[in-house]
Structures are given as C-alpha cells and as structure tokens.
Design a protein around this ligand. Structure first.
Ligand SMILES: C[S@@+](CC[C@H](N)C(=O)[O-])C[C@H]1O[C@@H](n2cnc3c(N)ncnc32)[C@H](O)[C@@H]1O
Length: 295
C-alpha cells in the first residue's frame, strides 16, 4: 500500500473546507484523496484522476466501502494533461484546491511488474498507462545512440550517459533489450566499479530518465500547471509535490513567475525525520504551494 507523503502538510496547504470542491490530479492509492474527501464533507467533492487504470480500479473498490463514497469522490482514468477537458466533462466545480503528487507510486515499484524497479527482473515497460505507445524497451531498442544518451543526460543527469548508450547500442545488435536485469548488467558493464559502490545505486539515474521519457513527465507537468491555475477559483490553492530537481525547477519557476499566483512556500516543505524513517520515499519529496489571486 502506498503511504501518502507529507499528508498533514498537504492538508495544511490545501486547507480544504466543508463543501468545497478539490481535484487530486494523481490519486494513486487514494491516501490524499480520502483525507481531502473527509475534510470537504458533507457536501464537497473530490475529483480523483489517475492515468493508470489499475490505480482507478483499486480506488473504486476502496471508495465503495466508504459511506457516500461514490457521491463524494468522482473518478477519472485519464492523464492530468487533459485537466480542463476532464473538469468540463465531469461538470466539476467551482474548484477550491488542486493537488499534484508527481511521479510513480509504491504500487508501480512493488506490484505493477512493469519494470519500474531495477532490483527485480521484469519486462522493461514503465508506462503508467498501457495505451501509451512508447515503452522503455522500445525506446532502448529503436532510438538512436544520440537520443538515448540525451535522455540519460537530460532526465537522469547521468555522468556516464554516453558509455551506457554506446553499450546499449552494441548489445542490441545481437539481441533486443527487454528486461530490467539486462539493463542493469549493461549499466554495470559500462560504469567504473567505484561508481557502483556509491550510496545511490548505479542504475537509479538511468531508470529515472527512462521513466520520465516514456511517460513524457516533464512536458506533462508543464502542460498541467497553467490549466490548474485557470481552473482554480480566486483564493483557491495549488499544491505540488515533486521528487527530483527537474520537476521542482519547473514548479518553482511557474509558481514564482505567474502573475495570477501568490506563492505560499518560499522554500519547499520537506518531510520531517520521523516521516522519512517510516516512509523512505518521502526523503526526496518537496512540496510547494500557491494561492490564486483575486485579480
Ligand atoms: C506519487 S503517486 C500518487 C500517490 C497518491 N497521492 C497517494 O496518496 O496514494 C503518483 C500517481 O500519479 C499517476 N500519474 C503519473 N502521471 C500522470 C498523469 N500524466 N496523469 C494522471 N496521473 C498520473 C501515477 O499513475 C501515480 O499513481
């Protein structure tokens, strides 16, 4: 089960009030969604969006057990890049709060068997939504050496991008790269032994880069932020949790530079030591928030 990160901090920043309407753009296991739904009772609603159909199916079962769950939580299996269209189609609003808790969930890592985890041997898929035509395996087998190197450098900030990309291209000449363990072996072959003894596993950056590229994560984030701003009522709150510097940079600049938003967090809010101890995933979480101005 995915443990929601920075739950109290999300509630403090989003500040959901009885009878308000709030959107959770990344519902995942529903931890944040359900806590917000409780706060907006008795007449408020949460629009819970997730791109992954298995997240929405699991959430549907979860909310069926909650009194009035189906009335209070509206589900949408779609990408948040379609936020404006989803809100229109569901006739949802007026919207007082929007939450984005970016990236993947523990379900993806531990249960999905889609190749998100480099410590297990799985097919290299990495899609949140199976309708997405690009998979991690296709990307590694069909993109050029230069494109693969660029992805590792740009989205993973990986020092050995060139060497790893070269080894991928040379390996795939004899057999396609289809599993996480094949990719980990390639990374180990193309990086120095000292690199592999570091605290961060040598495959971490490459796996992050592939996931971002397969799902277009940075472009998706850039597309949803202005939609969220437009959808919010004046005084409405936008809260974003990011997990790496590439995402956080986009969020920081958007909240700072958009004249319709008043940033509420000069520095990002991070998890306290007690939370990190219970949920190591929260270590890299950075929460930023803003209020939509009244003008
Ligand atoms: C960090 S998890 C959210 C966890 C959730 N807040 C909870 O408490 O369980 C991020 C979720 O965003 C979803 N996601 C990723 N990209 C998305 C997109 N473009 N549109 C909608 N959901 C997306 C993933 O499928 C994943 O379930």
């Amino acid at each position: 089960m995915h443990i929601p990160v920075l739950l109290q901090e999300v509630l403090d920043q989003l500040n959901p009030q009885p009878n308000e309407h709030v959107i959770d753009c990344t519902a995942g296991g529903g931890g944040h969604t359900l806590a917000i739904a409780e706060r907006v009772a008795p007449k408020g609603k949460v629009l819970a969006i997730d791109w992954d159909p298995s997240a929405i199916t699991a959430l549907e079962k979860r909310i069926a057990k909650i009194p009035q769950g189906k009335q209070r939580i509206v589900l949408a299996n779609d990408s948040y890049t379609a936020l404006s269209d989803i809100v229109t189609a569901k006739k949802f609003g007026p919207v007082h709060g929007i939450l984005l808790d970016l990236g993947f969930s523990s379900f993806h890592l531990d249960e999905s068997e889609r190749g998100f985890a480099f410590r297990k041997s799985e097919q290299l898929d990495m899609r949140y939504n199976p309708k997405n035509p690009m998979t991690a395996s296709k990307l590694l087998n069909y993109q050029s050496r230069g494109e693969i190197e660029w992805i590792f450098k740009k989205y993973g900030e990986e020092r050995f991008s060139r060497r790893i990309a070269e080894e991928i291209v040379s390996t795939r000449r004899t057999h396609p790269i289809e599993t996480t363990s094949q990719l980990v072996e390639i990374i180990e072959r193309s990086t120095p032994a000292s690199y592999q003894r570091q605290r961060l596993h040598a495959a971490t950056r490459v796996f992050q880069a592939l996931r971002i590229a397969v799902n277009n994560e940075l472009e998706n984030l850039e597309s949803v932020l202005p939609q969220a701003r437009d959808i919010l009522e004046p005084g409405g709150r936008l809260v974003v949790i990011s997990f790496h510097s590439l995402e956080d940079r986009i969020v920081k600049h958007f909240l700072r530079n958009d004249s319709a938003l008043i940033p509420q967090t000069k520095k990002p809010i991070m998890a306290k030591a007690t939370e990190v101890e219970q949920n190591p995933r929260s270590r890299s979480a950075k929460l930023r928030s803003a209020i939509k101005s009244n003008q």
